[in-house]
Every structure is written in structure tokens, then in C-alpha cells.
Design a protein around this ligand. Structure first.
Ligand code: BGC
Length: 254
């Protein structure tokens, strides 16, 4: 089955049709800049443009969101416009796209993709995927089953919201060396390990492409640590997976 996946990020909104039997995009993804301010209305219009670029209509669409999503409603908005809090995002997008829509947290989507097609494929036990980017996203799995919206990026680390210290945005803004940033990531992983004792950490986000620069520097973590494999496409693939799984019972435009 082919399902369309859209990944809403702080800087770009990208999408492509996904072949769910292989977990691969069936066409090159199309990306537009995230409108600023990233209000629900403006973002919904951009999502529509991305989907329309493929002539996709009427069939299921999965969409990621960089915040908590419960039953299609967005509950937090750490790195997008605050107007998203309390919005029926699935209903808004279903109406705008004229298609059934499933919305889920961006890191949860990336986690689903890595769990079924990528670095954590077939892994049992507790697996924690962390995405490092503008914020830190998390996806927690027990025997392959997702516990959604864990938001581990907002754990407290040395008196700070962890993502303000250990995200790649913090690395860039503070111009931290790889070694300095790796020490912060290490402290963060040690903390998450105390809480969940995972067997495997999957490190995602754009920085997973540069894993060799910082993963070898991390010590004191018992769990295996591996970079994500789907790179930039994990969100799109995971969004499509969620929409495919919800079908034929997703949000359908009234
Ligand atoms: C948000 C999470 C999101 C992560 C990555 C955090 O600030 O609270 O929901 O998964 O950023 O985008």
C-alpha cells in the first residue's frame, strides 16, 4: 500500500508518497520552507502545497508535528507557533487536504520508521530513539510497541531543559566543539538510561549523518548506541506508517 507522508519541521515541510511494504519513498521528496510564523493556518496551506505537488488526493496522508499529539489534537508547541496548542490538527488538515489524515509526534514517527525498517529493526525489549535537532525528540518502544509522546527532550539536565543544552541547535548557537557537545549528550544519555534502562539507543536527526564525530566519544552508557539509518526520511516514512495503520479509520474531512 502507498501512503503519503509529510514531515513538519521548524525550518522545512517535506513530503513524499511511501511504499509501506518496503518503507521507501516512491518519488523524490518535495520540500517547502516552513512559513513564519508557523501558525496552524499557514502550515496547513504549505502541507496542502506539498501534497498537491504529487497530485495526491483523497487517499490517506500521515503528518508529523514537533510537539505532543493526542488523538489528532496538538497539545504543545515548543518550537512552533503557540497557536497550535489545543488545535484539532488532524481535522484541520483533513479539511484542507480533502483526505483522511493521521497526525503524530515527529520523533514518534521517526522511531516507528527505525523500528520497522531501520536501525532498530526486529529489536525487542526497551528501545529509545532520540532525535537531535532544533529540539530533542524521543520515541520509547517496549517489544516494538510505541509509548507515544514521551517528550524526553524536556527532562531537566543540570537545572536546564535538556534540549536547550544538548540539541544540535545548542551546539550551533554556542559554537560547541564535537567533544564539548558529546559530553553534554553523554550526560543526557546517562540520565535517560537511569530512567528507562534501554537495551538500545538510536540516535536520529540530521546529526546522525555525522555519528562518527561524536558517538565514539560517549562513555559510561551501558546500552548499545547506534545512529539512525533512514536519515532525513524517517519522519516521512513513519508518518505514512501511522496513517496506513489507522486506515480505514482515520480522521476524514466532514
Ligand atoms: C518537542 C517534541 C519534538 C522535539 C523534536 C521538542 O521541543 O517538545 O515534541 O519531538 O522537539 O522536534
Amino acid at each position: 500500500m502507498n501512503v503519503f507522508g509529510v514531515d513538519i519541521g521548524g525550518s522545512g515541510i517535506k513530503g513524499a508518497p511511501v511504499d509501506l511494504t518496503r518503507g521507501e519513498l516512491t518519488a523524490d521528496r518535495f520540500k517547502l520552507l516552513t512559513p513564519q510564523p508557523a501558525t496552524p493556518d499557514a502550515v496547513a496551506d504549505t502541507v496542502r502545497e506539498v501534497v498537491a505537488n504529487f497530485g495526491w488526493s483523497g487517499r490517506p496522508v500521515g503528518v508529523t508535528f514537533p510537539g505532543v499529539v493526542v488523538q489528532g489534537t496538538t497539545r504543545t508547541a515548543a518550537n512552533v507557533a503557540k497557536e497550535w496548542v489545543g488545535v484539532d490538527a488532524a481535522g484541520l488538515l483533513a479539511a484542507r487536504l480533502g483526505a483522511p489524515v493521521t497526525v503524530l509526534n515527529d520523533a514518534d514517527a521517526a522511531g516507528l520508521a527505525e523500528m520497522y525498517y531501520g536501525a532498530a529493526r526486529g529489536r525487542r525489549g526497551t528501545v529509545v530513539l532520540l532525535t537531535f535537532g532544533t529540539g530533542i525528540g524521543s520515541a520509547v518502544f517496549s517489544d516494538g510497541r510505541l509509548l507515544p509522546n514521551t517528550e524526553l527532550g524536556h527532562l531537566e539536565l543540570n537545572g536546564h531543559d535538556a534540549e536547550t543544552r544538548a540539541s544540535t541547535r545548542a551546539k550551533e548557537e554556542e559554537e560547541l566543539s564535537w567533544a564539548h557537545w558529546a559530553r553534554r549528550v553523554q550526560r543526557y544519555l546517562v540520565h535517560v538510561e537511569k530512567l528507562f534502562s534501554p537495551e538500545l539507543f538510536v540516535i536520529g536527526g540530521g546529526v546522525s549523518r555525522k555519528a562518527e564525530k561524536f558517538l565514539p566519544l560517549i562513555e559510561g552508557v551501558s546500552a548499545e548506541i547506534v545512529p539512525a539509518r533512514l536519515m532525513n526520511n524517517a519522519g516521512i516514512v513513519g508518518a505514512a506508517m501511522a496513517a496506513g495503520a489507522a486506515w480505514p479509520d482515520p480522521v476524514v474531512a466532514a
